[in-house]
Every structure is written in structure tokens, then in C-alpha cells.
Design a protein around this ligand. Sequence first.
Ligand SMILES: [Fe+2]
Length: 289
Amino acid sequence: MQAFNRRVAWRMASVSLLLAVLAAPLAWMLVHAHDEVAAAALSAAALVVLVALLCGAALYPIVIRLSADNERKAQEVLESHISMMEALGRAIAKRDSDSGAHNFRVAWISATLGESMGLAGSKMQELIAGSFLHDAGKIGIPDSILLKPGKLTPEEMAIMRTHVAMGEEIVTGAGWLEGGKEVVACHHEKWDGSGYPRRLAGDAIPLVARIFAIADVFDALCSRRPYKEPFPVELAMEILHQSSGTHFDPSLILEFTHLSKHIHATVMNASEDEARALMETMVRKHFAA
Ligand SMILES: [Fe+2]
């Protein structure tokens, strides 16, 4: 938007300069005109140039103010995007008694891998929004299943798996949140086709969902859970490698391997506030106009 302001100012300055350049010879010709018709024509031309210059001078502050208003509105929209994602992500996380930190971390990890894979623009926005909202459908899972401490029965597991379809329903038609749909709909698909709900395989799984799947499992392995201590990064990567080509896209695992130590050191020991700050930096980078 600042670039837009500079463009507008530059164009107006160029037009003013052009008019000034035209005005100077007109003024000279007017002074030296000998016949009345020529003098009248030159007067009219000089008047037109003068009026154009005055209009330009009057419009300049208005145009600048309008573009500043646009800049402020774009900033407000960006802030509301961030707040909306944070609020929804936190609401979803609270349903299964987690803090919002998991969502901040997985979104940041996904975005870091996405950047490394060359994703940009709307695809990065889809990846970030989808990472925040991936488990939106858990809102519709009964507490008796979602919070059950023990192993789920096959019937309970079938109900738990419906969180994917419910999540899809929640984000469909929800404006810019719908951008997260590919991640929400496909975050439990597996590279070899053994995932759910559609049993997609390989490249049929959207790239953003394949990226997210790695971030989600890496975060789970390296986080503390009631039943386990955080795994060291080397062990987490060993486990991810064992599932390369079955659960995960092998080319993404290769790329993630180069990033894993940096990602682990940056985000896995971060507090919720630090993880939020990291994520906000990523959101501002990829959602700013
Ligand atoms: Fe899920």
C-alpha cells in the first residue's frame, strides 16, 4: 500500500511537471503574440493548463488521504484475519483440553515447510488457515469420545473420524476461511492411500494437506503428553522417516529433514505467547496485501 501511495504521488508529480513544461512556452507565446486570434487561443490554452494545475493541486491531498484510508482498512482486515484464526483455533483446541499453542506451532511449522517448498500467495494462506482450523470438526464430537482417556472402540473411532467431514462443513462457505478446506478435508489422508475419509493416495492428496500432516505428527512427537515425554528431534525424525512413502510424501520428508533442527530449536520449546508471536509474523508476511 505504501508502494501504491508512492506510485500515486509520482504520477501526480509527473503530470504537474508536464503541465508546467507546457505552461512556460504558452506564457512566452502569449506575451509575444501579435494577432488577436492567436492571443485569444493562447489565453484559452494557458487557462486550461492553469485550471488543470489547480485541479491537480486540489486533488492531490484527497487522493493521498483515500489511499491512506485503503491502507488502514487493509491493515484492519489483516488484524481481523489474525484474530479470527486465533479465536477459532483456540476454541477448537479447548474442546480437547489443549492450549492454543499446538495450533500456533503446527501452523508455523507448516508455513516454514511450505516456504521451503516454494509455496506463496493464496496457497500459503490456505496452508496457514487450514493448519489453524484442521480439527474444526472436533467441535461436533461428543465429550465421551473426544475426552475418553482409554482406547476408542471401533464404533467410537468411526464417530471420531467424522470430525473431518464436519470440519469441511464448517469451513465451506465461510468466506476466506474456506481457503483452509483442503487441509481440513485431507489432513488424515496418507501417501499410500490408507488414510481417511477418502483414501486418497500420492499427489491426489493436496500438497497443503501433505505438508500439514508432517507438521502435525512432528509436533505431536516432540510435545509433552499425559502419557509421554517429548521425543528428541532425532527420534522424531527417525519415526517420520519410517513412515516416509506410507504415511508421508517422501519428497516432503526429505525437505523437512533439512529444516527439522531449526524448526525444533525455534518453536518446540516456545511458550504459547512466543509461538503466537512467531505465527503472527508468518501471517503478516503472507496475508498482507
Ligand atoms: Fe484431525
